[in-house]
Write a protein that binds this ligand. Structure first.
Ligand code: BGC
Length: 615
């Protein structure tokens, strides 16, 4: 008998039931009599949100490095970088006694309005799955667990606890499940977190087809399924469906209910034993990693800066960037002084330190004179005086840098965005500054695409800096001054208008139901197939150098399922500075009997090239 089986054999019914419900907001129930410790979990996913008191659900947590959020990370398309970040996260988890980090999230970006898109990777399942797997492998390589979330079809915040996502089988299999499948089969997360919502009529926590048939049986998931916090409605039904651990606790009535159900024959004890086996396996595995110690705050801050610079996407550049010795720089925008670097909700990190973008700019600006104007208020109000002040300093400068952050009240866990717009004041500010200063660079901080049509025409360059993490201020300066050559590419389309987006007519749903009427056609799958123009396509991102593609080879004329196909191409850095290029491979099915997206991403590689070098 294995150790786990022998433990189960020694456990009372009461102990088994107690193990399947949390003991506190963040811990499982220990069994001291048998030497079974508690398991401590903490949010994630882009930093460790370890609350000092495990009985508290409050936001304030111990200091941790706040890395860029998932929407930024995916724009790096850099598997090795995410692995490295995962290792750093694990080090911090170990220092804080954390066994499992609650993340990453692998949900698809169905609409740019989902309030939590900043926590999700991409509109493409292959990219999202690859990124999620890399982060999980990095974290778990250090003996710390992960919780892949939110399984499944959690694509909006509106009525997130109850909405019924009606998704057809093909859309589930081709769009909403593959990122989870890739992460589960490749990286083997220790745990998977179910979603709050219903999927085709059944709550995520009670969804037997998803939790047992697909996740455990079909994909071979060996860890345990944990509920999202408060996602369980009927504990016994959830256990039967394959939901192993209910969080948070304590919930004595739930434990009693499970005991009662076994006693009266409603619940087969074998079902409980299976949940117990899965939880114990992870509890014992986690206990093998010695906890405590400390982490190198400065080194992790430096890593956060490196990662952040790699994730930034240069959307537009008329040649103004990188900056070449400007003498007078007008720095405009509140976000230059108060960095906007993360989103609101359960992933909110208490950072170890925060770069002030203005100060970091100053450090790299040599003898240049920097002037500052706030440009827009904290709230939604209009303030013409702030715009006048900005125009005044912009007029006489060589270049104006506009730091525009989407306010937190427009984007957070818990609610969706009403639109894709910047605030009216921000739009008026950009228009007024670009009217007097042709060398205007807009730097954006946001977790998901914003509408740019009203203001982008007059700009010289636009840098998408995302929710960039605590060191993002320095990373922006690195990119603006060319210390880092930008290499990020969009992991989601920048549409021209909200009305063009694929889910527009079916978002966020009505009468408790959201119908995924666009089926397979989300993101670029929709825009390409419909031949709709977009502001910036999926995969777009500029560099300070240029790349030439030559000599493309395909390993076979025909696709043979078992072996796949290898696509090779020679990429040459044809410009003057070192840079990185992301080669993307899409497939197009010429013979399908069924309707298919025009093209689909099936592979990519990021290469680093010196000027003149070919790989
Ligand atoms: C969120 C999860 C999070 C959990 C614990 C929930 O409301 O949806 O992503 O891990 O809270 O904070």
């Amino acid at each position: 008998m294995s150790d786990i089986q022998s433990l189960i054999a020694q456990m009372t019914l009461e102990e088994k039931a107690a193990l399947c419900t949390g003991a506190s907001a963040w811990t499982t129930t220990p069994i001291p009599r048998l030497g079974v410790p508690q398991l401590l979990v903490s949010d994630g996913p882009h930093g460790i949100r370890r609350v000092a008191d495990v009985h508290s659900m409050t936001i304030k947590s111990l200091p941790a490095t706040c890395f860029p959020t998932a929407s930024s990370l995916a724009s790096s398309w850099d598997v090795a970088l995410l692995h490295e970040m995962g290792q750093a996260l694990a080090e911090e988890a170990i220092a804080r006694d954390v066994d499992v980090i609650l993340g990453p999230g692998a949900n698809m970006k169905r609409s740019p309005l989902c309030g939590r898109n900043f926590e999700y990777f991409a509109e493409d399942p292959y990219l999202a799955g690859t990124m999620a797997a890399a982060l999980i492998e990095g974290i778990q390589s250090q003996g710390v667990g992960t919780s892949l979330k939110h399984f499944a079809a959690n694509n909006q915040e509106y009525e997130r606890f109850s909405i019924d996502a009606q998704v057809d089988e093909r859309a589930l299999r081709e769009i909403y499940l593959p990122a989870f499948e890739m992460a589960v089969t490749k990286a083997k997360p220790w745990t998977v977190m179910c979603s709050y919502n219903r999927i085709n009529g059944t709550f995520g926590s009670e969804h037997r087809q998803l939790l047992t048939d697909i996740l455990k049986n079909e994909w071979g998931f060996e860890g345990f399924v944990v509920s999202d916090w408060g996602a369980v409605h009927n504990r016994v039904a959830a256990l039967r469906a394959g939901l192993d651990l209910e969080m948070p606790g304590p919930k004595p009535t739930r434990v009693d209910g499970v005991i009662e159900a076994v006693r009266n024959g409603d619940l087969d004890e074998a079902v409980l034993d299976e949940a117990v086996r899965r939880i114990l396996t992870i509890v014992c595995r986690a206990a093998e990693t010695p906890k405590g110690g400390d982490f190198d705050i400065a080194a992790h801050h430096a890593l956060a800066r490196k990662i952040s610079a790699e994730t930034m996407v240069l959307l537009k550049n008329n040649g103004i960037l990188p900056l070449r010795d400007p003498q007078h720089i007008a720095v405009i925008g509140r976000a230059a002084m108060e960095a906007h670097f993360q989103g609101g909700g359960s992933s909110h990190i208490n950072p170890t330190q925060v770069d002030v973008p203005f100060n970091e700019l100053q450090k790299l600006a040599g003898n240049a004179e920097l002037s500052f104007a706030a440009g827009y208020p904290k709230d939604d109000s209009r303030d013409p005086v702030l715009i006048e002040q900005a125009v005044t300093i912009a007029q006489t400068a060589d270049v104006a840098l506009l730091y525009i952050a989407l306010p937190s009240y427009k984007e957070s866990e818990g609610y969706d965005r009403p639109d894709m717009d910047l605030t009216a004041q921000q739009v008026a500010l950009i228009q007024a500054v670009t009217a007097v200063q042709p060398n205007t660079v807009v730097i954006l901080n946001n977790g998901a695409p914003v509408a740019t049509r009203a203001w982008i025409g007059g700009t010289a360059a636009v840098l998408e800096a995302w929710m960039m993490g605590q060191a993002g201020g320095g990373a922006i300066a690195d990119v603006l001054f060319g210390r880092v050559n930008p290499s990020g590419k969009l992991a989601e389309t920048y549409p021209l208008r909200l009305a063009d987006t694929p889910a527009h007519l079916n978002f966020p749903g009505e009468n408790g139901v959201v119908r995924y009427g666009e089926g397979l056609f989300i993101g670029y799958r929709y825009y390409d197939t419909k031949e709709l123009p977009v502001q910036f396509p999926f995969g777009h991102g500029l560099s300070y150098t240029t790349f030439a593609y030559d000599n493309m080879r395909v390993s076979d004329e025909e696709f043979k399922d078992v072996y796949g196909i290898t696509v090779s191409v020679d990429v040459t850095n044809s410009g003057a500075v070192a840079g990185q290029e992301i080669v993307q491979v899409y497939v197009h099915d010429r013979e399908s009997r069924l309707i298919r997206p025009y093209k689909e991403l099936k592979g990519f590689a990021k290469v680093s090239l010196q000027p003149g070098e070919t790989k």
